[in-house]
Design a protein around this ligand. Structure first.
Ligand code: HEC
Length: 113
């Protein structure tokens, strides 16, 4: 049943040909306490639940319908703003889901500084 949820999404395999995308190693990890602490410096109200929601969408949800999970560190914050605006439309994220993904991405970046 879960598959049917994503069945209508167009595939983008052509653009990925020759450069298979692999999920970064953190794919299997749920957000860490360090990420939560780092994220709170930017988003004081953020919760672990919110980061987990974003993490799940990023690695197991709408963000991997067309390509593998992208390495977050490849783009800086400014680039990510544009990328996520673009990808949230492709992934048909609700505003709430987009917010969760954004906070998750930023938690990764802030914790790696
Ligand atoms: C409907 C298919 C589709 C979905 C869903 C999708 N993407 Fe993409 N993504 C693409 C395509 C196609 C590209 C290649 C660049 C382009 O066309 O903009 C891409 C490229 C990217 C890139 C590389 C950007 C660059 O400038 O090189 C990142 C990062 C990315 N996607 C992240 C995400 C995230 C995060 C989500 C979930 C919010 C997501 N994608 C959902 C199709 C998709």
């Amino acid at each position: 049943m879960a598959l049917a949820l994503f069945a209508c999404t167009p595939k983008a395999t052509k653009s990925a040909e020759g450069t298979p995308k692999k999920a970064e190693s953190s794919a299997v990890n749920t957000p860490t306490d360090a990420q939560l602490t780092a994220a709170k410096t930017r988003f004081p109200d953020v919760t672990m639940e919110k980061l987990k929601e974003g993490h799940t969408i990023y690695f197991n949800g709408a963000c991997v319908n067309c390509h593998g999970a992208q390495p977050i560190g490849n783009w800086d914050e400014k680039q990510w703003v544009g990328i996520l605006d673009n990808m949230a439309v492709k992934a048909q994220l609700s505003a709430v889901d987009k917010d969760a993904v954004w906070k998750y991405i930023m938690s990764v970046k802030l914790a790696s500084k």
